[in-house]
Design a protein around this ligand. Structure first.
Ligand code: GCB
Length: 647
C-alpha cells in the first residue's frame, strides 16, 4: 500500500525498484520526437489494402503476398492509415471481417538515411489491432501480439540493401480474438448446413464495444544515431518548495558515453542539470504539476533534455531527446486519493476511442474536440476504458492537467479457460508494455489491470494477486486497481488492489424502470464494499442509455429524462459518501459508441452524455453543472473559470 508517511525514503526505494523493473524489459519505448539528432517521417495517408477472404484466411501467406507489390498479387483498394478498416467501405463482409488483412505502402527514404551508416532507421507502429506482422522489402522485421500498444523494429540494413528501390512496407493484421488474447474472445464454427452457409463461423466477444480492426495509430519511420538514448525513467517528489526529479537514462549502442541532462522550465530557463546517467535533479521554487481545476495553472511541465555524446575512432555522435516532465506525487490512504499531498476527487468520464467512419482510428480533430468538451463540462479525469489510449492523448492530458486511470485491455475475462497460465503470462507482458510506455506521464495516476473479470471464479485469486503484485513491482509509485462489478459479492482480487473501483447500473440492468431503488441500492453497495475492504472507492461506471431526442415525462427508459434522473439520483448518494470514503465518480460514458449488433443495442451503446457526433444530450448539462460545482468546492480556481457560463 502506498503511504504518504516518510515520503523521502519511500520514494528512493520506489525509484530503485522502478529502475530495476525497467531493466527487466529489453528496450525502451520512448515516443518518437524530432530533435537536432532525430528525424521523423509520418506514413499516414493512403495505403494499398486487401482482406484475405480465402476460406482459411491463409492465402496471403501461402502465396507470399509480402514478397512483391500487393497490387501484383490481386486487387487492392485504398485504405486510410490510421483508421479502422471496418466502416470505410459499403461492404458488410469487410465491416464484420475476421482474419488477416494486408496493408502496403512504398516510401521514398531521404538519401542521407541510406548513405549515413551512423543513422539508425526504425519503423514504429503506434498500434494495430490485433496481431501484426511487418515486412520491409519482403523481409520480416517484427511481429506483435496485441492491439493498443506500439511496436517497432530497426530497418536500416534492409533499406540500404538496394538504395535504388523505394522502401516497401507490408503489414498483415489479424483481428481474431481467442481465449488467450487480451481482450479474450473465441471463434465458433457452426457446421449445421441446414441452417448456416458452409464454413460459417462467428467471433464471440465478452465486451461491449465493436471489435474495430486495422492500423489504428500512426506508422512512422524515425532515426536516431547508432549510439542513442534508448529509455528514460523519471520519478518525481517534492519537499516544501523543492522539487525532485529522480531519473535514469539508458543508452544503447555504446558501453561508454557522456550524458548531459538539463531540466528547463516553461520559459526555457535551466533549473537543474547533471552529467550523470542517473541521479536526482533538485528544483528550487518548484512549479508542481496540478490537475485541471485544482490549481490556477494546471499541467505545468518542465522539459528534460538528455544530450548523449559518444565517440569512436572516426567520429563523434550526439543524440538529443527531450522529455516533458511534470513534478507531482500520488498516494492513497484508506479514505483518500492524494495528489501533491492534497485530497483529489475524480469528477470525470469513461471514454472510448470511437467515432463515425474512423472507428478506433487516431484523429487529431476528434481528440482536440473531446478535450474541449471535457474542459467545458468541468471534468478533471478519465479512465482509459477498456484499453490503453494513444500516447498523444496522454500527452494532451499531461499538458491540460487531465488525470488518467490507465487501463490495460483486460476486459471480458469471463471464461474460466482465460485464467490459465498462457493468458496470465500474456497479461503480464501487456502490463510490462503498458508501464514501459506510460510510466513518465504525470497525468497517469493509477494502473487498472482489468475491467469486470469473473473475479468470483476460483482461479481469479491467484491470477489477480500475481497480476497486481507484478504491476506494483513494475511501478511502485502508482496505486493499482481493477474494476469490479457491484454484484460480485465475493471479489477475489479486491484484497490486493489499492483503490476499489465499482461499476453499477441500478434501475437499468436490475429493476429496470424503478428509479426509486437507486438511493437505497447505491448506499448499500458502498457500505458493503467499504465495510469489507476499508479502501477508498471510485464509482467507476454508472449511467443509462438515452436515444437522443427521445423524451417522456414521467421518465421512461431510453429517454433523455430517464438518463438525467439516473444521474441525479446517484449524485445525491455520492454527495453523502464523498465526505467519507468515495473518492470519485466517472460517468459511463462520455459519448455514444459502436458495439456488436444485439437486441440491447440500438446501433451501439447510447449511454453517452454526448452523441457519437459529440453533441450534448440533456445529461451533459447536468454533469456540467455538477462538475463545476464540485470544482468550485474542492479546487482553487482562477476567477475566470469560476463561472463556466462565461467560457
Ligand atoms: C459495463 C462495462 C462497459 C459497458 C457498460 C454497459 O459494466 O464495463 O463496457 O459498455 O457496462 O453499458 O453495459
Amino acid at each position: 500500500m502506498l503511504s504518504p508517511e516518510r515520503p523521502g525514503l519511500f520514494r528512493v526505494l520506489c525509484l530503485f525498484a522502478l529502475f530495476e523493473a525497467a531493466c527487466l524489459l529489453d528496450t525502451g519505448m520512448l515516443f518518437p520526437r524530432e530533435s537536432s539528432s532525430r528525424e521523423v517521417k509520418e506514413l499516414s495517408g493512403l495505403w494499398s489494402f486487401r482482406a484475405d477472404k480465402s476460406p482459411d484466411r491463409n492465402q496471403g501467406f501461402d502465396k507470399a503476398w509480402y514478397k512483391s507489390r500487393l497490387r501484383e498479387t490481386g486487387p487492392v483498394i485504398d485504405m486510410p492509415v490510421p483508421a479502422s478498416y471496418n466502416d470505410i467501405t459499403q461492404d458488410p463482409t469487410l465491416r464484420d471481417f475476421i482474419g488477416w488483412v494486408w496493408y502496403e505502402r512504398e516510401v521514398v527514404v531521404p538519401a542521407r538515411w541510406i548513405t549515413d551508416e551512423g543513422t539508425r532507421v526504425v519503423i514504429r507502429v503506434g498500434s494495430a489491432h490485433y496481431y501484426s506482422i511487418v515486412w520491409v522489402n519482403g523481409v520480416k522485421v517484427t511481429e506483435h501480439n496485441g492491439g493498443h500498444l506500439p511496436f517497432e523494429a530497426e530497418v536500416g540494413s534492409l533499406i540500404r540493401k538496394d538504395p535504388t528501390q523505394p522502401c516497401r512496407i507490408t503489414i498483415a493484421v489479424n483481428n481474431t480474438l481467442t481465449l488467450e488474447t487480451l481482450p479474450p474472445g473465441s471463434i465458433q464454427h457452426i457446421d449445421d448446413i441446414t441452417k448456416y452457409p458452409k464454413g460459417f463461423f462467428v467471433q464471440n466477444i465478452y465486451f461491449d464495444f465493436f471489435n474495430y480492426a486495422g492500423i489504428h495509430r500512426p506508422v512512422l519511420l524515425y532515426t536516431t544515431p547508432t549510439t542513442y538514448v534508448d529509455d528514460i525513467t523519471v520519478v518525481t517528489d517534492f519537499l516544501d518548495n523543492t522539487g525532485q526529479v529522480n531519473y535514469k537514462v539508458s543508452v544503447q549502442g555504446a558501453t561508454t558515453a557522456r550524458v548531459k541532462v538539463t531540466l528547463m522550465d516553461k520559459d526555457g530557463h535551466c533549473v537543474a542539470s547533471s552529467t550523470e546517467p542517473f541521479g536526482v535533479l533538485k528544483v528550487v521554487d518548484v512549479n508542481l504539476w496540478w490537475p485541471y481545476l485544482m490549481h490556477e495553472s494546471p499541467g505545468y511541465l518542465y522539459s528534460m533534455e538528455v544530450r548523449l555524446m559518444a565517440a569512436n575512432e572516426r567520429s563523434t555522435h550526439e543524440d538529443v531527446y527531450t522529455l516533458p516532465v511534470g513534478i507531482r506525487t500520488v498516494s492513497v490512504t484508506s479514505t483518500q486519493f492524494l495528489i501533491n499531498k492534497k485530497p483529489f476527487y475524480f469528477h470525470g468520464v469513461n471514454k472510448h476511442e470511437d467515432s463515425d467512419i474512423r472507428g478506433k482510428g487516431f484523429d487529431w480533430s476528434l481528440i482536440v474536440k473531446d478535450f474541449n468538451l471535457l474542459k467545458w463540462m468541468g471534468a478533471n479525469s478519465f479512465r482509459t476504458s477498456h484499453y490503453p489510449y494513444a500516447e498523444e492523448i496522454l500527452q494532451m492530458c499531461d499538458r491540460h492537467g487531465i488525470v488518467v486511470i490507465d487501463e490495460c485491455p483486460g476486459v471480458g475475462i469471463k471464461d474460466i479457460r482465460s485464467f490459465r497460465n498462457a493468458s496470465l503470462n500474456h497479461h503480464l507482458d501487456v502490463m510490462d508494455e503498458l508501464v514501459r510506455r506510460d510510466k513518465n506521464h504525470a497525468s497517469v495516476v493509477m494502473w487498472s489491470v482489468a475491467n469486470e473479470p469473473a473475479s468470483e471464479m476460483p482461479p481469479a485469486e491467484f491470477y489477480f494477486k500475481t497480476l497486481i503484485q507484478h504491476t506494483k513491482a513494475l511501478d511502485p509509485t502508482r496505486p493499482v486497481t481493477y474494476v469490479s462489478n457491484s454484484h460480485y459479492a465475493r471479489d477475489k482480487g479486491a484484497p490486493y488492489v489499492d483503490v476499489i473501483c465499482i461499476n453499477s447500473y441500478f434501475s437499468w440492468y436490475h429493476d429496470p424502470g424503478h428509479l426509486e431503488v437507486i438511493p437505497l441500492q447505491l448506499n448499500t453497495q458502498f457500505e458493503n464494499w467499504y465495510g469489507k475492504y476499508q479502501k477508498p472507492i471510485i464509482q467507476s461506471e454508472y449511467g443509462a442509455d438515452a436515444v437522443p431526442g427521445l423524451h417522456s415525462d414521467p421518465p421512461m427508459m431510453f429517454t433523455e429524462e430517464y438518463q438525467k434522473v439516473v444521474l441525479q439520483s446517484c449524485h445525491d448518494v455520492f454527495d453523502q459518501k464523498r465526505k467519507q470514503y468515495v473518492i470519485g465518480e466517472l460517468i459511463w460514458n462520455f459519448a455514444d459508441f459502436m458495439t456488436a449488433q444485439g437486441i440491447t443495442r440500438v446501433v451501439g451503446n447510447k449511454k453517452g452524455v454526448f452523441t457519437r457526433q459529440r453533441q450534448p444530450k440533456a445529461a451533459a448539462f447536468i454533469l456540467k453543472e455538477r462538475y463545476w460545482r464540485l470544482a468550485n468546492e474542492t479546487g482553487r480556481l482562477p476567477p475566470w473559470t469560476k463561472y463556466p457560463c462565461s467560457l
